[in-house]
Design a protein around this ligand. Structure first.
Ligand SMILES: [Zn+2]
Length: 319
């Protein structure tokens, strides 16, 4: 499976009859709480909306550009090959933003649910590393698109590093990790200011083959997702009935992630979408759920019966 640009139309509208898609899903948080509390096997699929309350840009929609570049056009192996300095600056800036951000109550709530429900597996498309920082047990978390804190050799000599916290990744990329007051624009983000002149030789190189440049350990468009990880997820799904599938902060419209909702449905799962965007409810069936709102606000309330009361900072304050 490779990561690709696909229709943003929810997958289920392509498979279900019109009569079914027009049925409104349930919207009661109390009903969903009851279902969640009685669920043994729960699968979650998280997207950029989960990290929105942590202040990280989602790029999708709102015409979000980075220095006049479509961010997705920088997230390809070809872009790195053509302009490794520009793509390295882009990722060094994103890494800096991710490290500066704090996990929000949504990340903490999912982490607590995982600690209390052995049968809960969380798939995230986010590369920001906020779920592990919220204490989400690694065994119950899969990063479908890798992590911005991982590093690997562009020449594919096999060299990888996990949880590399260097910020900036090297002195030459310092412009990407500069902190400016909120009322000033970071020069790097101003398309009218030329990017700093950086020699490719000064970018981080692979300590193993000494030849390749180091690149972020994320899945770029056109690249394959990790096969072993995909197999593990499929094995988990095949293990038995799934009671509930949570789709959090994503329209679930981008394959292959979208396919997981379909697979969970085949295992009997009720689908619950948590999203501020009403369009993300499109295609849900009468037995499914749609809770309109942000993950940081809704998840702590939704999981309360399992994890206890949580304050706005994500700390458990009572059972
Ligand atoms: Zn190498």
């Amino acid at each position: 499976m490779t990561r690709s640009f696909t229709s943003r139309r929810p997958y289920w509208t392509r498979h279900t009859a019109h009569a079914q898609t027009t049925m409104a899903p349930r919207t009661s948080i109390d009903e969903l709480k009851e279902l969640l509390e009685s669920s043994t096997r729960i699968l979650a699929l998280c997207g950029a909306g989960l990290s929105a309350a942590s202040g990280l840009p989602t790029f999708r929609g709102a015409g979000g550009l980075w220095r006049n570049h479509e961010p997705t056009s920088l997230a390809t192996p070809d872009a790195f090959e053509d302009d490794p300095v520009l793509v390295s600056l882009f990722y060094a800036w994103r890494k800096h933003m991710a490290l500066k951000a704090q996990p929000n109550a949504g990340h903490f709530a999912l982490a607590e649910l995982a600690k209390r429900r052995e049968g809960f597996l969380c798939l995230t498309q986010n590369v920001d590393g906020l779920s592990p920082r919220a204490g989400h047990p690694a065994a119950q978390l899969r990063h479908l698109h890798g992590s911005i804190l991982d590093v690997k050799c562009f020449e594919e000599c096999g060299y990888t590093e996990q949880n590399n916290l260097s910020d900036p990744p090297c002195p030459a990329l310092a412009a990407a990790a500069a902190d400016y007051p909120p009322d000033l624009t970071l020069p790097l983000l101003d398309p009218n200011v030329p990017t700093p002149e950086i020699d490719v030789e000064d970018l981080p190189h692979c300590p193993n083959c000494k030849n390749g440049l180091l690149r972020p350990g994320v899945v770029w468009f056109g690249e394959a997702l990790d096969e072993l990880m995909l197999m593990e997820v499929d094995n988990w799904i095949a293990r038995g009935k799934i009671d509930l599938m949570l789709v959090i902060g994503t329209a679930a419209a981008v394959y292959p992630a979208a396919g997981y909702t379909r697979k969970a449905q085949r295992r009997g799962a009720v689908v619950a979408v948590v999203n501020p965007d009403a369009d993300s409810a499109e295609g849900l069936m009468r037995n499914d759920f749609f809770l309109q709102g942000g993950a940081a606000e809704i998840l702590p309330r939704l999981f309360e019966g399992v994890i206890g009361k949580m304050d706005a900072d994500g700390k458990i304050v009572g059972a």
